[in-house]
Design a protein around this ligand. Sequence first.
Ligand SMILES: [Zn+2]
Length: 426
Amino acid sequence: MIIVRTRFSHAGELKPHLVHVWDVFCQYSQTQWEEVESEPHITIGFGADCEVHFSNTFKNQMEQATFEADKWFGDELMLKMEDGSNDYLGTAFYLVNCLQEYGETELDHKQRFRFDRSVQHAFGVTQQNVVAHLFNRLIDENDSVAKLFKKPKRISKIIITHDIDKLYLSFLHDGFWALKKGRIDIILKLIFNEVVGKQEWKNIDRIMRMEDEYDVKAVFFWLANQGKVNAIESNADYAMESEVVQGYLKLGAELGHESGLHKSISMDSFQTEFQKLGFIPVANRYHHLKFAMPTDFPKIDTSGLKADLSLGFAEEHGFRNSYGLPLKMFDPVAKKPYAFVQIPLSMMDNTFRFYNGKNPEETWKEMYGFMEANKSNCVLSVLWHNPFFTPYKFGGYLKCFKNLLGYMKEEQIGYTTIAEILDEYG
Ligand SMILES: [Zn+2]
């Protein structure tokens, strides 16, 4: 297999940025590359001698640290060269690294980046693997690139994940649901379950065993802190050291599932939460997907964590960084790649049920359409909370999840794990 000898021309201070996006492109195309000073296969950068050019707009905006989307794009989600042609790699760099989120000041009520202020929302492309499309066009339209690179055809994979927020709230939620429906029989059953300690949401063992029957491994994210944070936010209703949770961790390890940190809403550092968690996790997902640039990714970066799985919009399924594969994102403030791998979140139960008001049938239709459209060159991560496996308030969503497992089997779409992703992208 050819190793593409790549020379950078007039890259200046933006050399690390160019190296990064070139690396992402080569990884997408499953091609190895090395940097050379002479006898290159290809030259990229800002010089007149380049076969792959970056635009002056890209150069100027990066040098001035201007990250607002309206300064980068007009009525098309594409950076333009001076001659009007497309700057595919400059555009890809902006999107995969979520530059729009740096310098954003209008956060939502939970201090998160707002979906309705994103380019994905503005251009209606949240469900599209835009960056893969940019890379494909670069290969199709640039003869020098076409000679060296092929459009990849790998079957997508799914990574299944569960954030464990609550184990004991069934009586409150399912009970209220049953009350509204006038289902006294269910209320009596819920009372009985409380008395004998078999609360419906205390179902992690059942989830683990069901997945084992389907021959898939999943990731379970655990909260290290408990209790109410404020009027709209709360952490776990369980204690990590409890016998119940320790039993789940043991069973998960026996069945080959992975465990990670579900970073709580708290002033605690990652190190403090690792201690409370009782094990050193490889991966994190922020509770409520609560994080914002530029403060939070540098914290992951220095924590020793190898992966983060938080990059998704709560309000809409799809690609928050317009790209379907994991990657080490670039920190535009520190001007270097982060050390951890980002495995973006593509589909979450509550996006469909709560934010989009979809019933289980509609939810499965959305999921199916999204996966059919992104059957190749993606790692799609799915988040299903444990209450969505239970029959009352969240009734019907277990079937969506089983449909997903059935679909994977039928279409021969395999599951993947954090360990496997780190092998390839770490
Ligand atoms: Zn959570």
